[in-house]
Design a protein around this ligand. Structure first.
Ligand code: HEC
Length: 137
């Protein structure tokens, strides 16, 4: 009986967790935080910073697509709608200061259009984008 009292709420919580209404913050915690850390900090030489950095890509030609096509986003098990919500949350949560004033939020349709395209060379595309906006890293 005691065990059931524990299991039933747990099952309910898991069912909720997989619903389409999971928050971007929860999606980040479950699928991104393992590499990007709770605060989006850099792991030097391994994982670049999201904090104070990620929205800078939005100023580069092709940067908006890059944030969708980078493997961590593109290959996540999230739906296109959840990816749109997650990226809209991510750029504001970790790098609000660099979100362009005219930023138009990602939509499910835009994610669906961009996501199938695999970047042939992620590092090269990243370097090209950063160079184009005068960022070193
Ligand atoms: C296994 C580790 C790992 C996981 C998990 C991961 N990422 Fe990443 N992420 C990286 C690495 C490494 C890069 C740098 C580009 C590359 O080599 O893929 C990156 C780059 C990015 C970038 C572009 C920032 C930049 O400076 O290049 C975004 C946006 C991003 N990830 C979002 C996400 C999101 C959203 C999730 C969760 C759905 C996620 N990542 C999960 C490792 C990870």
């Amino acid at each position: 009986m005691t065990v059931l009292r524990l299991i039933i709420p747990l099952a309910a919580a898991l069912a909720l967790g997989t619903a389409a209404t999971a928050s971007p913050r929860t999606d980040y915690m479950l699928r991104c935080m393992g590499c990007h850390l709770p605060d989006g900090a850099e792991t030097p030489g391994k994982v670049p910073p999201l904090k104070g950095h990620v929205a800078k890509f939005l100023a580069a030609d092709g940067g908006r697509a890059y944030l969708v096509q980078v493997p961590g986003t593109r290959q996540s098990a999230l739906s296109n709608a959840a990816v749109a919500d997650l990226l809209n949350w991510l750029v504001r949560n970790f790098d609000a200061a660099d979100v362009p004033a005219d930023f138009v939020p990602y939509t499910e349709a835009e994610i669906a259009q961009l996501r199938p395209h695999r970047l042939p060379d992620v590092a090269a595309e990243r370097a090209r984008l950063l160079k184009s906006i005068g960022e070193k890293n």
